[in-house]
Design a protein around this ligand. Structure first.
Ligand SMILES: Cc1cc2nc3c(=O)[nH]c(=O)nc-3n(C[C@H](O)[C@H](O)[C@H](O)COP(=O)(O)OP(=O)(O)OC[C@H]3O[C@@H](n4cnc5c(N)ncnc54)[C@H](O)[C@@H]3O)c2cc1C
Length: 478
């Protein structure tokens, strides 16, 4: 009945529009082709059905094979979509440019907003039960707290996050242990032998970390037989079809090498680089970055620290159990993030002539102030490693929104174009679920979750409630 209703509504709309030809794809249109002109009679049915839900064989183009992109490809392929193409600028997966390309990422459910706490619990359920993800999850627990010098903002944020989970039924039965003394720390993490004087917080057993790069590799393998994946060729522009009657439709993309891809649905999952391709997202997304370093441990040092919880001193920074294969210990300092404001000349729906996007070249250096901050983390928690050389230093970029909400929605004024971004530095844990959320938007033709809608007016500010410190531009510190 509802298909018939949609069909009639569509027919209504069709009758109001002057006859025209439509740009629609060829048989496997998301592979490089020119645009095919098909007679309207042929395109009509496809268009009407895809008003609410695309047909399974309709071509779908996903741009950016990072966390959001791979998860989206996976969910669409699982649901039976047969013509999915994934385009990635980096020449491997995980892409060297992906924020998810890291040995590990924290997986925890505490959030200031209970909405995300529920989503994260659903994600943890996938990490612990779905055979695709379980090999990449380590439920070592999460030791979260503040040093004695932490600012009030950091303490309040911790209290709000804890409130989102402590009375939740999933945490009943001793999943959370308050930490109020040095002895409490020793009981849950004996290998941490630094002073940690006055450190208070809690230990959450229902958390841990994902072996992030490995999980992305697994998703890549899972989709490689059903999804066409093209690496090492950046998308440089989107293709639009203006029907002359006031409707603009996104019909594909072109790449740096000159290939053109055509599709009926185009999904942008470019993370922090999104404003480069879609400047109109500029008021909503600011690329921000944080430093990451590693220390190469000896096998016996790695063995000694095996099984330590993910430890996050909110005002200082965090570190993980050493990687079980390489013995690398990963650390990252706290902070409000670094921007990289770049001139883009205005236009494209964003009048400000500057926006923050990741730099084209990513040198393997980090700000000196972050090296000092990481040495401080080590002195507090693992002093015997405090003077070790840092290896594999990098700056990792995410797409930050002012309210830390994701943006998963159709782009106003461009039919067939969807953005899935605004990760705000907290989306890797959602890897098993993200693609399902994107697919819902693709199929329903709208975003039902208000927080994730495209926001016409987004007040830009840098005071994100759960971050400490001040946002600075990279040019100030490097
Ligand atoms: C320092 C740091 C620590 C983090 N820690 C955690 C954590 O502990 N837990 C957690 O849950 N989350 C964490 N995150 C957040 C998490 O990594 C991100 O939320 C997530 O990876 C974002 O996914 P994405 O797909 O939006 O972006 P990305 O993974 O960056 O993917 C974007 C992709 O688009 C590609 N691309 C860019 N431009 C183009 C183009 N023109 N053409 C084609 N492809 C292009 C890129 O190469 C990349 O592969 C952290 C982020 C940072 C920066």
């Amino acid at each position: 009945m509802s298909v018939l209703k949609d069909y009639l509504a569509c027919l209504d709309r069709y009758l109001m529009i002057a006859p025209r030809t439509c740009h629609m794809p060829k048989a496997h249109p998301a592979s490089p082709t020119g645009t095919a002109l098909l007679p309207l009679s042929l395109t009509f049915q496809t268009q009407c059905l895809s008003e609410t839900m695309p047909a399974k064989q309709d071509p779908i183009l996903i741009i950016g094979a990072g966390t959001f992109g791979l998860s989206t490809a996976y969910h669409l392929a699982q649901a039976g979509y047969t013509s999915i193409t994934l385009l990635e600028k980096g020449d491997s997966i995980p892409s060297p440019l992906s924020a998810g390309n890291d040995i590990n990422k924290i997986v925890r459910a505490e959030y200031e907003d209970p909405f995300y706490a529920e989503l994260a619990l659903a994600a943890i359920s996938e990490w612990t039960t779905n055979p695709l993800f379980t090999p990449y999850f380590r439920q070592v627990g999460y030791l979260l707290g503040n040093s004695s010098a932490a600012p009030e903002k950091s303490r309040l944020s911790l209290a709000r996050s804890l409130a989102s989970i402590e009375s939740h039924p999933s945490f009943a039965g001793g999943q959370i242990t308050p930490i109020t003394s040095r002895d409490d720390i020793r009981r849950v993490a004996p290998a941490l032998d630094g002073p940690m004087a006055g450190w208070t917080g809690y230990f959450n057993r229902l958390a841990g970390y994902a072996r992030a790069a490995d999980a992305l590799r697994a998703l890549h393998t899972a989709v490689s037989s059903t999804v066409e994946i093209n690496l090492g060729d950046a998308v440089t522009a989107l293709k639009y079809d203006d029907d002359g009657g006031g409707t603009t439709r996104c019909i594909g993309a072109v790449t740096a090498s000159g290939k053109a891809y055509t599709a009926s649905t185009v999904i942008l999952t470019l993370g922090a680089s999104l404003p480069r391709l879609l400047p109109s997202i500029g008021p909503q997304i600011t690329a921000k970055s944080w430093s990451i370093v590693h220390i190469q441990l000896t096998p016996s040092e790695a063995e000694h620290l095996a099984g330590i919880p993910v430890t996050y001193s909110r005002d200082l920074g965090f570190f993980f159990e050493p990687d079980q294969t390489t013995g690398l210990l990963k650390l990252s300092p706290s902070g409000a993030g670094y921007t990289n404001y770049t001139n883009h000349g205005g236009g494209g729906g964003y009048d400000d002539d500057k926006f923050s996007v990741p730099p084209d070249v990513r040198p393997g250096v980090i700000p000196a102030v972050d090296e000092e901050a990481i040495r401080k983390i080590l002195k507090e928690h693992l002093p015997s490693l405090a003077d070790r050389p840092f290896v594999d230093k990098k700056i990792c970029w995410c797409a930050d929104t002012a309210d830390s909400e994701y943006v998963i929605d159709f782009v106003p004024g461009a039919d067939g174009l969807i953005v899935a971004s605004g990760d705000s530095g907290h989306a890797f844990k959602m890897l098993p679920l993200i693609g399902g959320w994107v697919m819902k938007v693709v199929e329903s033709g709208e975003q039902a979750i208000e927080q994730w809608r495209w926001k016409k007016e987004q007040i830009k500010h840098d005071d994100v409630s759960w971050r400490v410190g001040k946002v600075r531009d990279l040019s100030e510190v490097m």
